[in-house]
Design a protein around this ligand. Structure first.
Ligand code: SAH
Length: 455
């Protein structure tokens, strides 16, 4: 309930800001209204939706005075699909908004108004950058639909094209959709728990051109197996790996436990910088390889390695940052909670002939204190935590043992800012923050921050 505006009210408002998930924000006598689709600087006509005590939501009816940065979204399903949030904003303006967003939390949450937040490092061509697509398939009114989910729902927005994924993923998505009934293959129905094809996953090694296709099926045995392999090969002859994953559960989780190779190798190779990575059907791997290189170069630059340093890579995934740093450090210790990722990391180290990187699976907040307790000492600590930020216990370990430099890679500016404040209070100084645009057209922004011990 709000006393300033009421549900269904029609108002014309001035949009002042953009939230971190891409909604416009207007204030009516101080009461914030969130308006998806509206942009800062615009005058818009809206209809008020749900209202809560401290804020409410409104639907955009008409843009009375558009922002000079407003553009026509190039994707025809942008307004329905939940994949991108900012296609209606020019790319230059997206980068400015993202910098502003980071600046804002560094001021407000980290309370560091004097720390430089640099302009966002963006892409020259901010389209078709994703190296992985996970595409749900379903039957609707006797027809196959596939595409991406509408925001916060399980409703598939049917499309043949997604201009942030690879051209090969487009081809496979649309050909399978239109031809799978012809070969007798049907798509999954969530309600009845019947139908064979649940998801199509396409992964591409952008540097090597290798392509993997994964079909997630309800059952292991399906008679159209050979026909679908031939169909995939006819669409993308350069495919190097076709895998089947079996998921017989009633679940939103994409993958099941069993993965079978139907054609070619069971992995693809990609490279970041000089390092090769083997990527299997379920491996975690950064989705924007061009910008990953920019991000890791920034982390390497901040780490200021001369060859003699002992380095920790906390939250290391498959060891991508670790192996990048190992070339310039004495030793790198990587820790990651998913055991499978640690196996990948070890194999990738071997693949590249890197012998000074060590990997251990476990929680960073448990394993790192143990390393210190065993007498190991480190000069540089790199962290790249998930959205919720660093565990409090890990931050306390950093403050106890005080490595000279901390390089903080973050996919969530809010938790980055929170953690910077804790490290500042414990004796570190934040030198600078460099945002990198890993996800053009979306509202996400990645950052790298450098901290050093206060004199
Ligand atoms: N640095 C990697 C991955 C970063 S994503 C890269 O650049 O590719 C964050 C990683 O943290 C995920 O792989 C997740 O599995 C891992 N993780 C989550 N909680 C963790 C914890 N408490 N300790 C160690 N790793 C954790």
């Amino acid at each position: 309930m709000s006393f300033i505006v009421n549900q269904n009210d029609r108002l014309t408002v001035h949009v002042e800001d953009l939230t971190h998930d891409g909604s416009g924000v207007a204030k009516v006598e101080g009461y914030p209204l969130f308006i998806p689709g509206a942009l800062p600087g615009e005058d818009v006509e809206v209809q008020v939706g749900k209202t809560l005590k401290n804020y409410g939501f409104a639907r955009l009816l008409d843009v009375k005075k558009p922002s000079p940065d407003r553009i026509t979204p190039p994707c025809h399903v942008f307004w329905e699909c939940g994949g991108c949030q900012l296609q209606h904003l020019s790319y230059e303006a997206q980068l400015i908004q993202k910098q502003k967003q980071v600046r804002d939390v560094i001021d407000r949450i980290a309370k560091l108004p004097d720390v430089p937040v640099h302009p966002v490092k963006g892409m020259e061509d901010p389209w078709r950058y994703r190296n992985k697509s996970q595409i749900p398939f379903a039957e609707r009114d006797g027809k196959v639909v596939s595409g991406f989910y509408k925001s916060k729902t399980h409703h598939i927005v049917d499309t043949d094209v997604c201009i942030i994924q690879s051209a090969e993923a487009d081809e496979l998505m649309s050909t399978l959709k239109h031809k799978m009934h012809e070969i007798g293959l049907d798509a999954y129905n969530e309600k009845t728990h019947r139908g064979m094809l649940r998801h199509l996953i396409v992964r591409k090694g952008k540097a090597t051109g290798e392509i993997m296709v994964v079909l997630v099926t309800l059952k292991k045995k399906f008679p159209q197996k050979e026909a679908v392999v031939e169909l995939i090969k006819s669409v993308v002859p350069e495919v190097t790996s076709i895998m089947q994953n079996v998921n017989g559960e009633k679940t939103n989780v994409i993958f099941g436990n069993e993965t079978i190779c139907l054609y070619g190798k069971s992995f693809i190779i990609d490279t970041i910088g000089d390092i090769q990575f083997e990527i299997s059907a379920r491996s975690f791997y950064q989705v924007n390889p061009a910008q990953t290189e920019v991000l890791y170069k920034q982390a390497l630059d901040y780490a200021q390695l001369t060859g003699g340093e002992m380095v920790i890579d906390a939250y290391c995934g498959i060891g991508t940052i670790s192996l990048f740093l190992a070339q310039k450090a004495k030793e790198v210790y990587g820790v990651e909670i998913v055991p499978q990722a640690i196996e990948d990391a070890k194999r990738n180290a071997e693949l590249n002939g890197i012998t000074n990187a060590y990997f251990e699976s476990g929680a960073a907040e448990d394993v790192i204190p143990r390393w210190y307790a065993e007498g190991k000492r480190f000069d540089v600590l790199v962290v790249d935590p998930p959205r919720k930020g660093c565990d409090e216990k890990l931050l306390q370990t950093i403050l106890k043992y005080k490595p000279k430099r901390v390089v903080y890679v973050s996919c969530n500016p809010g938790t980055l800012a929170r953690d910077l404040r804790i490290l500042e209070d414990g004796g570190y100084q934040t030198k600078e923050v460099q945002p990198v645009d890993m996800f053009p057209q979306s509202s996400h922004v990645e950052c790298v921050a450098l901290l050093t011990l206060k004199e």
